[in-house]
Ligand binder design. Sequence first.
Ligand code: SAM
Length: 219
Amino acid sequence: MKDYTDERLNMVDSQLVRRGIKDKRVLDAMSKVPRHLFVPPEVTSVAYTDQPLSIGESQTISQPYMVALMSECLELRGGEKILEMGTGSGYQTAILAELGFSVYTIERIITLSVRAQRTLKHLGYENIKFNVGDGTLGWPENAPYDGIMVTAGAPKISQVLIDQLSEGGRIVLPVGNSFSQELVVVSKINGKIKTKNICGCMFVPLIGKHGWNKEKKYY
Ligand code: SAM
């Protein structure tokens, strides 16, 4: 079976290094994790192209550059505890696990979570805990987290997540509506919140109590 090593290394060079991703640990993780195993079989051959791809249930696996950028924005060293909202295919989860974090990941769609769990188990990742439910509530039992990554578009920076973040920790999330979102890094310093806008982006909506309302569909 083809292992896509050439495509993966080419992706790292042409899509990540050339666009300014510098964190060597992130580049190493992206060079290692087999993205083609996280996408449906019909799109395996384009798994390393510069785009998000459909993973079913109207959801997507994010563009490789966005996965790398969000991982870099956490600015952590490994060994820390991370909460991820939106397991999706499990690809970003694998990158976080590869970076040496203890990962707590939540997905609201059970079929996606089950598939991601199967893929990640098959690849031998052990430092990941899975939850199926509304990630906008966080996962208070295991808080605080050194980093929180939200991989769906949120309407606002929620206080619930700020409360579950450690002192000195960072939240990386897309904030906006379905037409325009901004990737934002939120830092907690001496109990105060500092935000930094990184770039424009486009994600599927974060649906839940502190996200968008699925029935009203005003996102
Ligand atoms: N990081 C994923 C990957 O690498 O494949 C991509 C995530 S996809 C862009 C966004 C995911 O967030 C979808 O799977 C969606 O079902 C999930 N999601 C949306 N709202 C959620 C919520 N409130 N709690 C948990 N997951 C949610």
